[in-house]
Design a protein around this ligand. Structure first.
Ligand code: MSP
Length: 486
């Protein structure tokens, strides 16, 4: 049985989670669930990034200790697991000892590439990164549109420039496959501009004493990105070594990072260089997803348009909320949230689409008699359509094209619906011919395939249908899986 390691980004805990954070975890969960359905052994990891300066500042503003703030918010991020039914195998907080241990071990292992120098530059605290003048947009951080701070310090640096050719080869030859292709091109362009050595520590004073000490120099804290990226291996037990790390990292060639487009550079350039410097394996696939906006605008506290994932699930339920995020826009594009879109999509695809098809099929089969269609075979037309859809669906699922995969499933369901309209099996309740049996048995076959395809997307709803079907012949009530939203 093959193995899959899949991770999400670990979130900053300066505030509560918003739907953007949830979206990424849902993308990774769909992939993890699909891999399990294919029989692979999966390790699905998420967590929280707690040693950032942003967290220190947020705690100062809130008038609480940093510890108190990160604990409270990290708990809220952990709750995403339950409310979105994330099939996580582990959740790492970067303030845990196993993490600290691993980060310091990693630092020591790449000491040959670490040196100290005086440096001055422009730093964006929200990105936790230095920018060159040329990278700014009108003097502002291109992601946060805020003015970076000028900093001057003596810090530790990592010799990234040394790995320019190695990294270029790695990305170009797809030894790390970046999905989508357009992002691969962006990374190559970034590498081709010339890589500079990166600053990987800050003074403990600037860090307000918060963060992980540089081994052997407590006047410096490890840069939060060096610290955060390490979570992927510290969670596997890199600090102490052991089987989990060996099996899911070193001896596994299906290691996948799911990240937002804004942090791809850290994962596709800095992280592989650090790993290579130490002689560890690099990730195999990095999937960079788009951003979610609200009514066409970036979510922000000042605009007051932050959508609370907890409220959304409370109102619509977990699977329906997952479905909206997965069916409304391609994973690699930016997508827009609005309640109107949410309800329209639900009614069109689920209440009138899949839900209706299930209802029609099950009620006809019930009337006809479940036992009457056993071993009746499946119409070749349906088999052909199934094979075609299965192929397209599988290909898209393995490339994180969930929106496209769902479109295939819906198209299949729509075609089956038309097939029902043409064959009119409801008029054949008393006809016990082989052909009629085959029609109904084909409809059950189609429903089962749809259930299987939709499992990674709506696990609880699909389990509900499966349970309903287990003793279909005794069902007195309609399934009512997706009642219409009025
Ligand atoms: N802590 C870093 C990641 C370290 S990974 C070793 C970080 N945290 S974050 O909280 O700012 O973002 C966490 C993830 O959420 C990132 O992948 C980011 O791209 C994603 N998103 C943040 N806002 C988002 C949207 N509005 N939409 C979709 N994803 C978004 O970066």
């Amino acid at each position: 049985m093959g193995k899959t390691f899949i991770s999400t980004a670990i979130d900053y805990v300066n505030a509560f989670p918003h739907i953007g954070h949830a979206l990424e975890k849902i993308f990774a969960d769909v992939f993890a669930r699909r891999e399990r359905l294919l029989g692979r052994e999966v390790f699905f990891l998420s967590g929280t990034d707690e040693n950032s300066l942003k967290n220190v500042r947020a705690a100062e503003t809130a008038g609480v200790s940093v510890n108190e703030l990160v604990k409270k918010n990290a708990d809220k991020f952990f709750e995403l697991k339950d409310i979105f039914d994330l099939s996580l195998d582990d959740f790492i907080r970067t303030t845990e000892e196993r993490h600290t241990l691993g980060v310091q071990k990693l630092w020591k292992a790449c000491e040959k590439d670490i040196f100290k120098k005086k440096y001055s530059g422009l730093y964006c605290v929200s990105c936790e990164t230095f920018y060159k003048e040329s990278e700014l947009e009108n003097g502002l951080c291109p992601t946060h549109l805020t003015k970076p701070e000028f900093l001057e310090e003596e810090n530790y640096f990592f010799k990234l420039s040394k790995y320019q050719d190695y990294l270029k080869d790695l990305i170009e030859k797809e030894k790390i496959k970046i999905i989508p292709q357009s992002r691969k091109n962006e990374i190559l362009a970034f590498i081709n501009k010339g890589l500079e050595d990166i600053c990987i520590s800050r003074s403990s004073e600037r860090a307000h004493g918060w963060g992980i000490d540089v081994p052997g120099d407590s006047s410096q804290k490890i840069w939060v990105w060096f610290d955060a990226l390490s979570n992927y291996i510290t969670a596997l037990g890199f600090g102490k070594g052991g089987e989990k790390f060996e099996n899911f990292w070193q001896k596994n060639d299906r290691k996948i990072h799911v990240v937002g487009k804004d942090i791809l550079k850290f994962h596709a350039v800095y992280w592989p260089a650090i790993l290579y410097s130490v002689g560890l394996n690099t990730p195999d696939i990095i999937f960079a997803h788009g951003f979610i906006t609200v009514d066409g605008q970036k979510m922000s506290k000042s605009l007051g348009n932050i959508i609370d994932p907890f409220e959304l699930v409370e109102k619509y339920g977990v699977d329906v909320t997952r479905y909206f995020f997965l069916a409304e826009f391609p994973t690699t594009d930016d997508g827009d949230f609005s309640y109107e879109k949410f309800e329209n999509r639900y009614n069109a695809d689920l209440a009138n689409g899949i839900g209706n098809l299930f209802e029609r099929t099950f009620s006809m089969v019930l009337k006809y008699g479940v036992e009457n269609i056993k071993n009746a075979g499946v119409d070749q037309v349906i088999l052909n359509l199934y094979e075609q859809t299965e192929k397209a669906y599988s290909e898209k699922m393995s490339n994180f094209q969930f929106y496209e995969a769902l479109k295939d499933v819906l198209l299949f369901a729509g075609t089956i619906d038309k097939y029902i309209n043409n064959k009119k099996p409801w008029s054949l309740v008393d006809d016990k011919s082989d052909e009629t049996k085959k029609i109904l048995s084909g409809l059950m076959f189609s429903s089962e395939k749809i259930i299987f395809w939709l499992k990674p997307f709506m696990p609880a709803k699909m389990e509900k249908v499966e349970n309903y079907l287990k003793n279909l012949s005794e069902q007195k009530e309609k399934l009512n899986l997706f009642p219409r939203i009025q």
